[in-house]
Design a protein around this ligand. Structure first.
Ligand code: NAD
Length: 262
């Protein structure tokens, strides 16, 4: 069996930054046609242009707020009109908001759940008809160790990331006979803007130093106190995208330097 994404049409949400951008880079390096779907069109297009320059695959940028059903549907339509179908969806867009639960503003809870869960649902709903029609497709949700494990201050995030496991399992059962697969990647802490922002916030909320947040809270559960890298996560995203059969569906893989073993 060989793994190959050459000419595969891959939509990656939240891919103008961080983990999504690294996945886009990995896919383009394998010859894929990648859609950089993000909130800001000029950032998405800038990322896409840089990746096209690197080749051998290519990329296009589209503006998509994953919480907006019309924006998701019209973004997917634009991709299908230009490139014909969709082979891979990486539902990756995400944010983090941390507060003790009794101080968690309800509007922030709803915002976080909308991006992670409504986003995963709406993008899947929009691409699945094309995948079913062509008899194949791979949907990848960006979960987290927090899909399996809890941490203080992260009620909304932990709830959302656990929810994605359920969504992936249902899609894998509904999609099985059409060759439509769904899996979840569960990274540990990766140094991206999303995590850089949390370090001072958690230090303040927990009343400890920023160094302690990194060594004890973020990396205390790993086997070697090392951050997971965007490239580590991108390699797992490559495996899930390129794996050609239903042998790999409905699963979640933790990539975390040993933080949370199951
Ligand atoms: P990041 O902040 O670098 O990138 C997130 C991207 O999502 C940004 O480009 C942002 O513009 C985009 N985005 C936000 N809201 C959006 C919306 N409504 N519609 C479309 N795009 C939107 O963060 P990251 O660390 O690369 O996170 C990517 C994913 O990985 C998230 O789902 C996050 O929960 C998950 N994750 C991150 C870590 C980590 O340690 N960094 C660990 C586990 C899981």
């Amino acid at each position: 069996m060989s793994l190959d994404l050459k000419d595969k049409i891959c939509i990656i949400t939240g891919s103008a930054s961080g983990i999504g951008k690294a996945i886009a880079t990995r896919y383009v390096a394998d010859g894929a046609k990648v859609v950089i779907a993000d909130l800001d069109l000029s950032k998405a297009q800038e990322t896409a242009d840089a990746l096209t320059k690197q080749g051998p695959g290519s990329a296009m940028g589209i503006k998509m707020d994953v919480t907006d059903e019309n924006a998701v549907n019209s973004g997917v339509k634009e991709v299908v009109e230009k490139w014909g179908s969709v082979d891979v969806l990486v539902s990756n867009a995400g944010i983090q908001i941390v507060h003790p639960i009794e101080d968690f503003p309800f509007k922030d809870w709803k915002k976080l759940l909308a991006i992670h869960l409504d986003g995963g649902f709406l993008t899947s709903k929009a691409v699945i008809p094309y995948m079913k029609k062509q008899g194949s497709g791979s949907i990848i949700f960006m979960g987290s160790v927090h899909s399996k494990e809890a941490s203080p201050l992260k009620s909304a995030y932990v709830t959302a990331k656990h929810g994605l496991l359920g969504l992936a399992r249902v899609i894998s059962k509904e999609g099985g006979k059409y060759g439509v697969r769904a899996n979840v990647i569960c990274p540990g802490f990766v140094k991206t803007p999303l995590v850089e922002k949390q370090i001072p916030e958690q230090a303040k909320d927990l009343g400890i130093s920023e160094e302690k947040v990194v060594s004890d809270i973020m990396l205390g559960g790993t086997v070697d106190t090392e951050f997971t890298t965007v490239e580590d996560v991108a390699e797992v995203a490559y495996l899930f995208a390129a794996f050609p059969t239903n042998a790999l569906t409905g699963q979640s893989l933790v990539v975390s330097h040993g933080w949370y073993m199951n």
